[in-house]
Design a protein around this ligand. Structure first.
Ligand SMILES: O=C[C@H](O)COP(=O)(O)O
Length: 310
């Protein structure tokens, strides 16, 4: 849709203390019953973009990650949980551009998507044409999801038109690939900025809005998440279009994953708890989920290093 500055003006008032109060209520009073927790953790796996974004990534590491995505749980655990017939796998594997074709080959026939972080991840500070070229290159190599970053300065300077135009160019460059727009919320100073950047990203054609790169000093937090899902709700109410949400960065425990799922269930409803509308971006969450599921089956915890990719 065109950039609607009037709508941004109307969304300017974000009450941080009300948001923080709501988050506190959600995480303290709402819970997932013990018996249901295993099912919710399995759901969390299927909502995951299993990620490696390290400076020392190699093709070998990406192939191992893809093998893990194909079989995220050990055969004993699958048997113990009685889920032999359920196809529990992460929604996508997320990598840097040089590893896209490796991941595409390793995941052939699985239906697991390949996401590439593009546009000069993690800061977005390269010439626009360079960033657009990067998207084209990743799509050409077979990525069907593109996670772009925005230059945070455009938000901090309230340069909404420029931000809109850049994201619209990213949208166009993606073609049929899904576009996830990373806001880098830890750099945006205020929840108002988070809300307005979310609105601009959605207006410009984002399929998903995503909190963080995992490289900011503050990554995905629940108050920021709540501000973003409220923006998604407002966008849906006005346009009828559902935009997805991806919290990412620092989400490494099963407990944290359950809190995020409660937040989404309460604020957006169950329709958003499907992989086409919700993803966790996480590099180490799967290991803790495995440990919790193992505890559910055996009553014992194993050390993280017992799990591949830990
Ligand atoms: O997009 C995903 C993030 O980079 C993952 O961050 P993490 O390594 O803190 O889980």
């Amino acid at each position: 849709m065109p950039l609607d500055i009037g709508w941004l003006e109307a969304m300017r008032h974000v009450n941080r203390s009300a948001i923080e109060r709501r988050v506190a209520t959600l995480t303290k009073r709402r819970s997932i019953k013990k018996d249901n927790q295993a099912a919710w953790l399995l759901r969390a796996i299927s909502l995951m973009d299993l990620t490696t974004l390290s400076s020392d990534d190699t093709h070998e590491r990406v192939r191992r990650l893809c093998a893990k995505a194909r079989n995220p749980l050990s055969p004993q655990l699958v048997k113990g949980l009685g889920i032999e017939d359920a196809d529990i796998r992460p929604a996508a594997v997320c990598v840097y551009h040089p590893f896209v074709s490796t991941a595409v080959n390793a995941l052939k026939g699985t239906g697991i998507h390949v996401a590439a972080v593009s546009t000069a991840f993690p800061h977005g500070l390269a010439p626009l044409e360079t960033r657009i070229c990067e998207i084209h290159a990743s799509v050409e190599d077979g990525a069907d999801e593109i996670d772009v970053v925005i230059p945070r300065g455009l938000v901090l300077g309230a340069r909404w038109e420029e931000l809109y135009d850049e994201i619209a160019r990213f949208r166009e460059a993606c073609g049929d690939a899904h576009l996830k727009v990373i806001l880098g919320t830890g750099d945006l100073s205020t929840l108002r900025n988070v809300t307005l950047a979310s609105m601009v990203a959605m207006m410009a054609g984002a399929d998903f809005i995503k909190t963080s790169t995992g490289k900011e000093s503050v990554n995905a937090t629940l108050p920021v998440g709540l501000a973003m899902v409220r923006a998604i709700r407002a966008y849906h109410e006005r346009t009828g279009v559902r935009i997805g949400f991806k919290p990412a960065g620092g989400i490494s425990t099963a407990k944290a994953a359950l809190e995020w799922l409660i937040l989404i269930r309460e604020e957006l409803g169950r329709r958003w708890l499907e992989p086409d509308l919700f993803r966790f971006g996480a590099s180490s969450l799967l290991t803790d989920i495995e440990r919790q599921l193992e505890h559910h089956v055996t009553g014992r915890y194993s050390a993280a290093y017992h799990h591949a990719m830990a």
